[in-house]
Structures are given as C-alpha cells and as structure tokens.
Design a protein around this ligand. Structure first.
Ligand code: TLP
Length: 339
C-alpha cells in the first residue's frame, strides 16, 4: 500500500534530478578537505546565508549540538523555548556534549521575545552559572511551524549581544520561515552567531544539514563533528543532492504552505482549531475525542500516516511528496476517522 505520508517532511525522497546528480558527483576525502562537491555546497550555503563559512553535517541534531557547543563553555546555561527541539528531541545532547544546563521558557507560540526570556537570564556570581546562549527555533516545530518575526530576531540578538550572550538558531526549517515571510534567508539569520539548517526536510535531500557561522567557528566545528562521529569521507554523493536542495527547492515551499493552510481550514471546519498556520506544519488537539494512537491507526487503515505532537495533539506536515489531491484525501480520511 502506498501511504499519504504526513508524519514529517523528513520523509521526502530525493528528486530524480538529485539522484542523477548523486550518481555523477565528483568526490574526494572530505576529512582532508578534498571533496569538491562538499566544498562547493559549504561555500554555497555560507554565501546564501550571508555568513563566512559552513560545514556539512549528517543530521540536524548534530548541527544543533555543534552550534550550542560553539557558543558555550562547560557549566554555562542555555535558554530555549519549553517545547524546543533541543530540549525535547535531542537526547540531552546539550548536557552531554556541551555540559550546559538548559533553562526552558514557556511560551504560547514558541517565540522567545525579549520580554519572555529576559527574566530567565542569569549572570555569573558566586551562586549562578551565566547564560551563554539563547537558542531560537525558526520555524518552531511543536508550536505548529511558527516563523520568528524578523523584528523579534533583531531585538533578541541585539540585546543578547549587549550582554555578551550568543544566539544559536535551530533553523531546521528556516527556508520555510523565509518563504512564509517573503524574505531572503540571509536576512533572518543576519545577526545570529550560529545557524543550523536542514537539507533533508522540505528541501528533499536524502541526508544532511549545515552549520553556518564565522570561519573561526566553522574551523572549530570540524573538530566537534569528528568527535561526534560525523567526519565523512566521499560525502560529495550527498552534497550533490544538497546543492540541488538549495538551488531548486526553496521556491516551491509556498506550495507546501498552501496545502497546510488547506488542511488547517478543513480541520477548523471539523471543529479543530489549528491556530494560524503559516508554514507546513498543522497541529490540532484531539482533546478527549479519542486517544491519539487510535486516530493514527484509523488514519493508517485509510492510507494516511500522521504523527503525535505530545499529549492529545496530532501533527500533519506537508511536503514535496504530498499533493493537494493527497491533502483532500487525507482530510476526508480524518473526517471519517473522527466519526
Ligand atoms: N524534527 C523531526 C523530529 O525529530 C521531531 C520532525 O519530524 O519534525 N530541529 C528541528 C526544529 C527539527 O524539527 C528536527 C527534526 C531537528 C532539529 C533534527 O533534525 P535531524 O532529524 O536531521 O536530526
């Protein structure tokens, strides 16, 4: 059975053009800095984001781990939103690799404004470890794909820097944020110290994320990547897909956003408010209607895969491999499953 897979945009398959490019990619040993395709991808990512340098890493989790390590010392604190990917889905890597405590801030929409986060900042004292890094997730996954307003990013980065605090952006879906706001990605990341973004989600590459920052930081990041077991060799076969992810895929993300808005409207018609869906993630709360696993099972028997988003919440994620017609079928399946 072929399923309409709304579990995540991580499920996207490489496009035929990516597969063709992978098969002919020029490669070398990347640990020696000799893989021309990876070097090209890293240069292209840095250029697109308006930063000095970039490094290709296998996963978003590794990219966030490296980004936070670059901005902290052992024993420091890191502030993130209470539903952040780094705190909920990354197996305590901030503690394990960076030796930092994560201080979480509850927010209604995933957005850390200065007013919300500043009470949690701690300064060095005989009793307190200092806040070294603020981590912002753009778009915010578990808040429903919410993009950070650019003025909030500007404000948080400016005030953080005044206090000597660094800012890391988990930009797994920063290209979705840019598409939703019709802004260049470089504008969204202008003042942050480190950015991680994923090639392997809505941009359809089979594997890979990038960490982007200053040249000095990326030189250090190469050591951290190796320590984490992420030093890769003839990785140009993957970087070739990543190059197409950057050149071909961002422009079409608006289609995913329109499909998500369509799903959200359909769910609203069924009485499930999904909030203001601006990108490709739709989350609704089933409440006491039925347990989440039961709905997921009923959807599966109707050919639709979806995921839980914690507690009584369900998540649909739209992407390249899901069409409008698929979304119509998924909505009908949801309607029947909720009867
Ligand atoms: N998110 C996955 C799951 O881990 C939840 C998904 O299906 O959405 N940052 C953010 C904001 C993410 O959403 C993800 C993956 C990551 C980092 C990690 O990326 P990978 O899976 O490449 O390690």
């Amino acid at each position: 059975m072929t399923y309409i897979d709304l579990r995540s945009d991580t499920v996207t398959k490489p496009t035929p053009a990516m597969r063709a490019a992978m098969s002919t990619a020029e490669v070398g040993d990347d640990i020696y800095g000799e893989d021309p395709t990876t070097n090209e991808l890293e240069a292209r990512a840095a250029e697109l984001l308006g930063k000095e340098a970039a490094i290709f890493v296998p996963t978003g989790c590794m990219g966030n781990t490296i980004g936070i390590k670059l901005n902290t010392q052992h024993g420091d604190e890191v502030i993130c939103d209470a539903r952040g990917h780094v705190i909920d889905w990354e197996l305590s890597m901030t503690a394990w690799f960076s030796g930092c405590l994560v201080r979480t801030v509850p927010t209604p929409d995933g957005i850390l404004t200065w007013d919300r986060l500043s009470p949690y900042i701690r300064h060095i004292s005989p009793h307190n470890s200092p806040t070294a890094c603020i981590e912002i997730e753009n778009t915010h996954n578990m808040a429903g794909g919410v993009p950070y307003p650019v003025d909030v990013i500007d404000d948080v980065t400016a005030r953080a820097h005044q206090l000597g605090i660094k800012v890391h952006m988990d930009g797994a879906r920063v290209f979705n944020a840019a598409a939703a706001q019709n802004l260049p990605v470089a504008r969204l990341v202008r003042d942050v110290d480190t950015v991680m973004f994923c090639l392997s989600k809505g941009l359809c590459a089979p594997v890979g994320s990038m960490v982007v920052s200053t040249k000095a930081n990326i030189d250090r990041a190469r050591r951290y990547r190796k320590q984490l077991g992420g030093g890769m060799r003839q990785v140009g076969v993957l970087a070739a897909a990543g190059l197409l992810a950057l050149s071909e895929m961002p422009a079409r993300l608006v289609e995913d956003h329109a499909n998500a808005a369509f799903l959200a409207q359909g769910m609203a018609d069924l009485g499930y408010d999904c909030g203001r869906v601006q990108t490709n993630i739709v989350i609704f709360d089933l409440g006491q209607r039925m347990p989440v696993p039961q709905l997921l099972e009923r959807l599966k028997t109707r050919g639709v895969l979806a995921g839980g988003a914690g507690g009584t919440r369900v998540r649909f994620v739209t992407h390249h491999d899901v069409s409008r017609a698929d979304c119509e079928i998924a909505l009908a399946a949801t309607r029947e499953s909720l009867l």
